[in-house]
Design a protein around this ligand. Structure first.
Ligand code: NAD
Ligand code: ZN
Length: 253
């Protein structure tokens, strides 16, 4: 770690020490050290597969089959992932009462796995560890979906109650954002004294609006990301380094 980054980590330690109602806003970058690729980095998920948007999922059985094939392939590749240093540091800050909540764009369930309770976590893009019927909202476990899928030559099953399409409980491109999650994220952001944007390219709207909202409300904005973001100029502290290394340095210095 070079001297500039070390100095920035000391600044981060000071900010974390004074934080009283912080919000951590996390993206795929916090989970890359857990072996889950992000979207936009080289080797990221987008360089392999174009995402299936909501309209395509709704209108095409073949796209639904493909979406489930990808989901089960991910299970094999990343199913055993455990929380990384960033997840653990944030869980600690929450326990110490410095963070009021965590708002995540991730769908991997690793904040919960690090011990963060549901009432402190807002999942803006949902969760890929279970599924729901898009028409009636009935919940389905992935094991059940998988059994049906395999038993019917990799055909996506429909809802037992209403015949509607079953999809992981995630928010796809073109799918409306969950209203309750947006409201909770907005409330946390409006009330925070420090907003930590961690491992997000901050290009996906409306999620990327939160750092701006926090700043407008007078919070201090900290950005931790390996590469520059559009909001770096607006931030009070920017650290371009590995998230795990930064939290390790900031919480032990
Ligand atoms: P993104 O891929 O657009 O951005 C991730 C950012 O993190 C990049 O700028 C990258 O440089 C940075 N990064 C990667 N590893 C890092 C590390 N170890 N230290 C510091 N920085 C690092 O992801 P996004 O902004 O979260 O938005 C894209 C969408 O991707 C989200 O909607 C999310 O739902 C979805 N997604 C989620 C997961 C997951 O749940 N783990 C994985 C891939 C994509
Ligand atoms: Zn249904």
């Amino acid at each position: 770690m070079d001297d500039d980054i070390k100095a920035a980590c000391v600044d981060l330690t000071d900010i974390l020490a004074g934080m009283r109602r912080g919000v951590a806003f996390t993206g795929a970058g916090i989970s890359t050290e857990c072996g889950i690729p992000d979207f936009r980095s080289p080797g990221g998920l987008w360089t392999r597969n174009r995402p299936i948007d909501f309209e395509a999922f709704l209108t095409s059985r073949e796209m639904r089959n493909e979406a489930w094939r990808r989901r089960f392939a991910m299970e094999v590749a990343f199913g055993g992932a455990t929380p990384g240093r960033g997840h653990r540091a944030l869980a600690r800050l929450l326990e110490e009462g410095r963070l009021a909540g965590i708002v995540t764009q991730n769908i991997d369930g690793l904040h919960q796995a690090s011990g963060v309770p549901d009432d402190r976590l807002v999942e803006l893009h949902g969760n890929s560890t279970y599924a729901t019927c898009l028409d009636c909202g009935e919940r389905y476990e992935l094991g059940w979906v998988r059994e049906r899928f395999e038993a019917r030559a990799q055909t996506a099953p429909d809802c037992l109650d209403c015949g509607g399409p079953i999809k992981t409980a995630t928010v796809s491109f073109g799918q409306p954002m969950p209203g309750e999650a947006m409201t909770r994220a907005g409330e946390l952001t409006a009330a925070c004294d420090v907003f930590l944007a961690i491992g997000s390219s901050l290009v996906v709207w409306p999620a990327a609006g939160f750092p701006v909202q926090a700043k407008r409300n007078g919070a201090r904005l900290v950005i931790i990301n390996r590469e520059p973001t559009e909001f770096d100029d607006m931030a009070d502290l920017v650290i371009h380094a590995d998230i795990g290394d930064v939290f390790e340095a900031a919480t032990t210095s």
